[in-house]
Design a protein around this ligand. Sequence first.
Ligand code: SUD
Ligand code: ADP
Length: 323
Amino acid sequence: MPAANRHVGEIRTPSTALGGVTVRVPAKVNLQLAVGPLREDGYHDLVNVFHAVSLFDEVTATEPADPGAGPITVKVLGESADEVPLGEDNLAVRAAKALAAAAGRTYRADLLIRKTIPVAGGMAGGSADAAGALVACNELWGLGLPREDLMEIAADLGSDVPFALLGGTAIGTGRGERLTPLETSGTFHWVFALAEGGLSTPRVYGECDRLRAAAEAGVPEPAASEPLLAALRTGDAEALGRALANDLQPAALSLRPDLARTLDAGRALGALGAIVSGSGPTCAFLARSGEHAAELATRLADSGVCRSAVTAVGPVEGAALVP
Ligand SMILES: C[C@@](CO)(OP(=O)(O)O)[C@H](O)COP(=O)(O)OP(=O)(O)OC[C@H]1O[C@@H](n2ccc(N)nc2=O)[C@H](O)[C@@H]1O
Ligand SMILES: Nc1ncnc2c1ncn2[C@@H]1O[C@H](COP(=O)(O)OP(=O)(O)O)[C@@H](O)[C@H]1O
């Protein structure tokens, strides 16, 4: 084999020969989640300011070990793995199948998901796994589809999936799937208080509609918060803390009143901002520094107001191959 070809071969073979293609995908927190009125298709128009944080799931795609198994198999390890569906309902399986369909043939892969992102926690772990499967299978199958094509497949899989591919900080409109990256300065330090159990996203949107109907107040069209965008541009953590806003928070608190105690505890410990992450039940706290985040996490966990507390930074990049 000529030296140049051998070099190409040497670069490409290790990813599959040594245990497949692995992709690391971040969780998200919503810095602003403005929810418009219920649409006829059952969705809500949003202004959704997504922020990718350094809690990662890993998705590994390998050539199938058992030729008799289904075209796409999945195993899940880690954080609340037993709560993740293993069949056709698994978002990573759906993503791999959608990618194969877009490529126009049946491809096979075994998927292994290592979870760190809490399941049904309002941090888009399932969406992260779907984005990870898209990137991993695109590589494993040598399809070479550009990111724009993966973004289109992602939007059909779920409103949050395109952002898991993009990462960083971005504003999502429509269902949340139409993304514009946002300019930010510096790094923000976060603490996430993980709760016992999860919350169903459709149920939280439903509760939001119910509370709004009961209040008989009009629902304005969602609009981006200028103070929030300015705080992101300048990297002003105190201003960002004040500007955090989540229209789903009253609904999440209505379904899980215990979360009010968690938020109060974080505020009392000096968090710059305290908010339910997306549809919850994870609570997000903005800290002043890495040291403050570590102290906040320890004290929150010790105070018994959550199952556990973890620190993270943001923004971080979206779904990326692990070399
Ligand atoms: C609330 C958010 C905030 O980022 O995420 P989570 O906090 O749950 O992770 C998202 O809007 C969730 O996005 P995702 O989880 O991808 O939802 P999808 O699969 O697209 O939709 C699930 C269901 O949520 C409701 N839904 C979702 C998006 C939207 N703009 N309006 C809605 O009403 C609908 O009932 C829909 O049937
Ligand atoms: N790979 C996956 N990881 C996590 N949840 C998944 C996955 N595939 C499907 N699900 C289902 O999606 C639901 C929402 O999960 P998740 O994305 O973790 O939460 P959220 O929508 O609150 O951010 C879970 O209850 C689970 O049944």
